[in-house]
Design a protein around this ligand. Structure first.
Ligand SMILES: CC(C)(COP(=O)(O)OP(=O)(O)OC[C@H]1O[C@@H](n2cnc3c(N)ncnc32)[C@H](O)[C@@H]1OP(=O)(O)O)[C@@H](O)C(=O)NCCC(=O)NCCS
Length: 333
């Protein structure tokens, strides 16, 4: 896949250091070795040699830095960072000392401390357990209050409604029922991801079943006014960004429909970044494109964190882990 190869090549040139938190998982150990051998990133693997050798006896650990929170001389320093970040939430020094030994928390604290450039975990932990340490200590990027996710959708071939051959869909995996401000944050973060990772100039469509007031759901979820308000807020946050809405999907991608339903809009008919009103629409939408349209989906890619953290699926392959590390390295640029 050309875009993925490009992402890996760009990552290799950056020489970022990424922490993988799950040295107890064979796929992670294997991916760490492959990433190191291919020079995609420098890897810090949380675990110890005995355990890695047990799950992956045939894997060469040369060049990988192994750190065990139970024996590391950094654990006390990280516990202090955790205590400072969470004391207002009622965390005690004893609790911080204990929680800093947790591998995913230790990884997030390494990132917070600046000892690594990015964090990847989730091969054997749930999304909530993978992202919570990041939400608690790394927090969001300046100007953004919402961590979200997107999929980079790669077309089997360029299409008249997707001439770039690539699109960004958000949020399909984290925020369940985002409000207008959260949707505006998702839009801004997705535009950034489109530039950094997908390599496209973003044209952002705020999606709905309504185009510019053609429909309303006042008696139900009020999702149309929500998307209208999200569009207004996002335009206020990023006045120079090509962003508009609310659009039905056809008005967003088909120039003839866009011109008819949203005359004068610079985005209608030409969108390549799509913000869905909620996780149901987003998750269903990306799977339709994947299964019926033959698109390849890279992600979910997390966005909006102050520093890059990404969550793997528990069904991930070694190749998925390698790709996620490359994506994370590029986000750290
Ligand atoms: C993201 C998610 C994992 C967070 O869950 P959680 O750990 O239960 O989150 P909490 O509500 O306990 O919040 C923990 C902290 O993170 C913050 N937070 C939670 N979600 C956030 C978001 N999207 N952006 C920014 N901060 C967020 C909270 O404000 C809280 O901060 P505080 O403790 O400093 O006050 C949750 O939204 C989720 O489960 N989403 C759906 C995931 C899913 O099932 N996806 C399907 C996979 S395809």
């Amino acid at each position: 896949m050309a875009l993925l190869d490009e992402i890996k090549a760009k990552a290799a040139a950056l020489k970022k250091t990424i922490v993988l938190c799950e040295g107890e998982d064979r796929r992670v150990v294997e991916a760490a070795a492959r990433i190191t051998k291919e020079g995609i990133a420098k890897i810090v693997l949380i675990g110890n040699e005995e355990e890695c050798k047990k799950v992956a006896p045939d894997v060469d650990l040369a060049g990988i830095t192994l750190i065990d929170p139970l024996t590391s001389d950094k654990t006390a320093e990280y516990a202090n960072i955790l205590y400072e970040a969470r004391k207002a939430k009622g965390m005690t020094e004893e609790q911080a000392a204990q929680q800093a030994k947790d591998r995913t928390m230790f990884g997030a604290l390494m990132l917070k401390a600046g000892d690594v450039d990015g964090y990847v975990s989730g091969a054997c932990h749930s999304t909530a357990n993978t992202l919570r340490p990041g939400l608690q200590v790394v927090k969001t990027a300046p100007g953004i209050k919402t961590v979200s996710s997107c999929f980079i959708m790669i077309a089997p071939e360029a299409h008249k409604y997707n001439p770039d051959g690539v699109a960004v869909f958000a949020d399909c995996a984290i925020n369940i029922e985002p409000d207008a401000q959260q949707l505006a944050d998702i839009a801004i973060s997705s535009a950034k991801t489109a530039k950094t990772l997908a390599g496209i100039e973003p044209r952002v469509a705020m999606l709905s079943f309504s185009t510019k007031g053609s429909g309303n759901d006042d008696k139900f979820f009020k999702s149309v006014p929500k998307m209208q308000e999200a569009t207004r807020l996002a335009k206020e946050m990023a006045p120079d960004l090509a962003l508009d809405g609310e659009f039905q999907f056809d008005a967003a991608v088909a120039p003839e429909v866009g011109q008819l339903k949203a005359p004068g809009s610079a985005v209608a008919g030409h969108a390549n970044v799509f913000v869905f009103p909620n996780i149901n629409a987003g998750n269903i939408g990306y799977k339709i494109a994947q299964r019926f349209g033959g698109y390849m989906a890279i992600g979910p890619v997390c966005q909006g964190f102050a520093k890059p953290l990404n969550d793997l699926s528990r069904g991930c392959s070694v190749e998925d882990i390698v790709a996620t590390v490359a994506v994370t390295a590029l986000q750290a640029e």
